[in-house]
Design a protein around this ligand. Structure first.
Ligand code: FAD
Ligand code: NAD
Ligand code: FES
Length: 286
């Protein structure tokens, strides 16, 4: 179980894994996630299910620290130590009319099944995909299939329009396009800015939160956020919430709580990786 059947690079430091996990594959729905322990001695990390088949789930993982780096060093044929799920409440999919599904950076991957589900449900889906540069834009073809219209934006203008996802969303609203609901998945600051824009426009907005998680069972409190002034746990009450009710500033402060420690363990791992690579290159130098 949990054998990596395929692994491929989608963008610098962003890998796609197809993992054999039949039980999860049979029951997951858009918006849900799994908790993965790549190796026996690894920490457990939450990852959204980006796609699936009868026997497999697809994960898209950005290397940002030690555990995602350990996973980046695993290859097809190896087995993940644990993959637990599906966890969390599925995305709310209702017949609303026009839905803008906004994916920022690696957040495009979790946005993909949500766009697919809205399209299948009969909503008109406009996908807005944002990346810093053209090299970092992932899953464009999949998102084109999952939507009726696709708008691409890059921060530097190297692909599509120049600007943030909010630039594109604002332009669509200025054009008077029918957008009855917005779904945003990406960095916290992006979701905060999307929610600020749609609050002014009076458009209901769902966001998928990516807090730090520890146990994923609602017991430890690690993933707590304030939504409408009440404490919620992202692992059991979310990850999707009403974007107009989320206290993003508090969430971002909590995301950065262990930054120094996280940087230290990542740098130590990168050093180990460098030594390993040097050791494999050594014989050819002789
Ligand atoms: P750490 O050492 O934990 O952190 C390294 C750096 O990343 C630090 O700067 C830290 O502040 C930052 N960081 C850590 N966790 C997060 C986070 N949750 N969001 C933003 N920055 C963070 N990532 C994916 O690549 N693909 C996914 O599909 C995906 N789905 C997620 C679904 C949920 C419900 C949640 C809560 C998170 C998801 N994430 C996803 C984020 C992923 O879990 C983290 O990037 C991962 O836990 C980092 O582990 P690490 O040990 O490599 O890095
Ligand atoms: P990034 O920093 O490259 O940003 C991606 C895009 O978001 C930008 O191109 C821009 O269009 C938009 N954006 C960024 N800052 C903005 C701002 N201030 N205002 C408006 N738009 C802005 O993204 P990345 O490095 O790929 O990181 C992706 C993030 O998505 C990570 O934080 C990751 O944890 C998160 N993520 C979340 C989930 C989830 O389920 N919620 C899943 C996977 C990844
Ligand atoms: Fe522990 Fe959510 S991760 S309560």
């Amino acid at each position: 179980m949990f054998r990596i059947l395929e692994k491929g690079l989608l963008a610098p430091r962003v890998n796609r894994y197809v993992v054999h996990a039949p039980q999860v594959a049979r029951s997951w729905r858009a918006g849900q996630f799994v908790i993965v322990r790549p190796r026996e001695d690894s920490e457990r990390i939450p990852l959204t299910i980006a796609d699936g088949s009868a026997e497999t789930v697809t994960l898209v993982v950005q290397e940002v620290g030690k555990t995602t780096a350990v996973m980046a060093d695993m290859q097809a044929g190896e087995r993940l130590a644990d993959l637990c799920g599906p966890l969390g409440v599925p995305a709310k999919i209702e017949k609303v009319g026009g839905v803008a599904v906004v994916g920022g950076g690696v957040g495009i991957a979790p946005a993909y099944p949500i766009a697919q589900a809205h399209k299948t449900f009969g909503n008109h889906v406009i996908a807005i995909l944002g990346a810093r540069t053209r090299e970092l834009l992932i899953m464009e073809e999949e998102m084109r299939r999952a939507s009726h219209e696709t708008v691409i934006v890059t921060d530097d203008g190297s692909r599509g329009e120049k600007g943030f996802v909010t630039t594109a969303l604002q332009r669509l609203l200025d054009l008077g396009r029918t957008i009855d609901e917005v779904v945003a998945v990406g960095p916290a600051v992006m979701m905060k800015m999307v929610a600020a824009l749609t609050r002014d426009a009076g458009i209901p907005t769902r966001v998928s939160l990516n807090t730090i998680m520890i146990d994923g069972t609602g017991m430890c409190g690690g993933c707590r956020v304030a939504v409408g002034g009440r404490t919620k746990f992202v692992c059991v009450d979310g990850p999707e919430f009403d974007g107009h009710q989320v206290d993003f500033d508090l969430m971002m402060r909590r995301q950065a709580m262990y930054l120094d420690h996280e940087r230290g363990t990542y740098e130590d791992y990168l050093e180990t990786r460098r030594c390993r690579l040097d050791a494999t290159r050594e014989p050819s130098r002789r």
